[in-house]
Design a protein around this ligand. Structure first.
Ligand SMILES: [Zn+2]
Ligand SMILES: [Zn+2]
Length: 270
């Protein structure tokens, strides 16, 4: 396997977002456009994704190595929905996985936030559909008209004429479902978010294990037990985090804080 290359499967132009990461790692990026990543899952529901988001991204990273004979692979996977706090704004989570086929280890990082173009709406007229498309920035931002299995289901509309035609056809059968295209090459905000996840992954990979020197040494979980600064009771708040090497399993505990205010104590402020 080639130790100087890192492979990426993408039908959706993700090389644009992840090329800087490859450069930072001193590797040349092999862009593999020959594998239909849509068979691993689509956003529009024709194919459901198997497993968690990290598992899905890791599968792509491993496949990229296998198909291209490289030591390293990258895989990316996004998920979208309402924000986890109030559920009132669209929220995107981008995960990027780095895989080392020689050591058979993986490291991942994520970027999440409200900067995502994820909107959907049912429209009852061509004017309403055109207004929706304009409001999300079509055609730079793609829109999908219809759902899988319906009379009209089109996610390859390139201009206003094609959009009108699809809406006219769909509206003959009643209201038409429209949503923003979440594929990276048709969603500029998503492309930026993938790039940010790539930056986070680069930072993680820059950390070397003090035991074996492998890349990706870093936090894997928080350790509860910070004491209340009023009553001294150990709370559920983290006092430290556990750092772990993805290669040899070496761990270290990094202290975060000794105490938390009484307002965060289960005993003083139940
Ligand atoms: Zn190690
Ligand atoms: Zn207390």
């Amino acid at each position: 396997m080639n130790p100087d290359q890192i492979a990426l499967l993408t039908l959706h132009g993700k090389a644009e977002a992840l090329e800087p990461l490859a450069r930072e790692l001193g590797l040349s990026l092999v862009v593999d456009e020959g594998y239909d990543t849509d068979q691993l899952g689509t956003f529009t529901g024709e194919t459901a994704r198997a497993g968690t988001q990290v598992e899905a991204a890791a599968r792509k990273a491993r496949l990229a190595c296998e198909r291209n004979g490289t030591r390293y692979g990258l895989g990316s996977e996004g998920s979208f929905g309402p924000d986890p706090y109030l559920g009132s704004v669209p929220w995107g989570i981008e995960v990027v996985v780095w895989y080392d086929a020689l050591l058979q280890v993986q490291v991942h990082a994520a970027h999440q936030g409200p900067e995502v173009c994820w909107r959907q709406q049912s429209v009852a007229s061509v004017a309403e559909g055109v207004a929706f498309a304009q409001s999300v920035g079509f055609p730079a931002q793609g829109v999908v008209v219809g759902k899988p299995g319906e009379a009209v289901f089109n996610k390859n509309l390139r201009d206003a004429d094609a959009l009108r035609l699809a809406l006219e056809q769909g509206l003959r059968h009643g209201p038409v479902w429209m949503e923003t295209d979440l594929r990276a090459h048709r969603n500029p905000m998503r492309m930026q978010a993938i790039a940010r996840a790539g930056v986070a992954l680069g930072q993680r990979l820059a950390q070397r294990c003090p035991g074996c020197g492998a890349r990706g040494f870093g936090p894997v979980r928080l350790l509860p037990g910070a004491r209340c600064d009023c009553c001294g009771h150990p709370t559920s708040n983290a006092h430290a985090q556990l750092l772990e090497c993805p290669g040899c399993g070496h761990t270290e505990v990094q202290k975060l804080r000794e105490t938390v205010p009484a307002s965060r104590c289960e005993r003083c402020n139940p």
